[in-house]
Design a binder for this molecule. Structure first.
Ligand SMILES: [Zn+2]
Length: 208
């Protein structure tokens, strides 16, 4: 996974970057360099690869499609006493909106709103880059937002939490997985692939 490192222009010319992990001062890898690592601690500095931009854009668009559909489709169905109930993520957030509104707000934000905002910000930055156009206004702010939102977008933790909850209630009712569960599972994998393909240094360099 690529990371942002601090860049310093020295008086003599070469650009130095600080390793995000150990603060070692290193000369900036040349543009187009493939994966480079810090010689001191081994952390990955850049993962620039041909076609990486296409990969990140594809995963960003996939995120938007999967999230938009996943919110409304049935997530689980629960059958107890002969009654079958379907629930989507949106139903769950609305249903928890009474006493448990902080939980509903947190789930709505971290599972839906933040990942969608992050995908939109990435699209704002990367689409002009792919089309070889100049960056859109506030592209740097949008990219910074996308980086800062990443730790707060918790699709994968949500999926794991749901699996644990379903195992716990499986003794009380017959639980089935709906289409949205598989969409969210796919989304967790897509977000992982996006992280692997996104080289922050090369994006910052192109936004400079
Ligand atoms: Zn290092």
């Amino acid at each position: 996974m690529a990371v942002e490192a601090t860049t310093t222009q020295t008086e003599t010319g070469p650009v130095l970057i600080a390793c995000h992990a150990c603060d070692a001062l290193l000369s900036e890898p040349p543009a187009g360099a493939a994966r480079t690592r810090c010689p001191r601690c081994g952390s990955v500095l850049t993962t620039e690869r041909p076609g990486a931009l296409d990969g990140v854009l594809a995963t960003t668009l996939t995120t938007i499609v999967l999230l938009s559909a996943g919110v409304f489709l049935p997530f689980v169905n629960i059958e107890a006493s002969g009654r079958r109930q379907y629930a989507s993520v949106l139903d769950a957030v609305i249903a928890a909106g009474g006493e448990a509104w902080p939980l509903a707000l947190a789930v709505g934000a971290m599972v839906v709103a933040l990942p969608l905002t992050r995908a939109a910000a990435l699209l704002w930055v990367l689409a002009p880059m792919r089309l070889e156009r100049p960056p859109l206004p506030f592209a740097r702010a949008a990219f910074r937002l996308a980086i800062e939102l990443r730790p707060w977008s918790m699709v994968e933790i949500f999926v794991i939490g749901v699996i644990v909850a379903l195992v716990k209630i499986s003794g009380l009712a017959i639980v089935g997985l709906g289409a949205a569960f598989w969409l969210f599972l796919a989304l967790a994998i897509v977000v992982f692939c996006e992280d692997a393909a996104l080289c922050r240094r090369s994006i910052w360099r192109r936004l400079a």
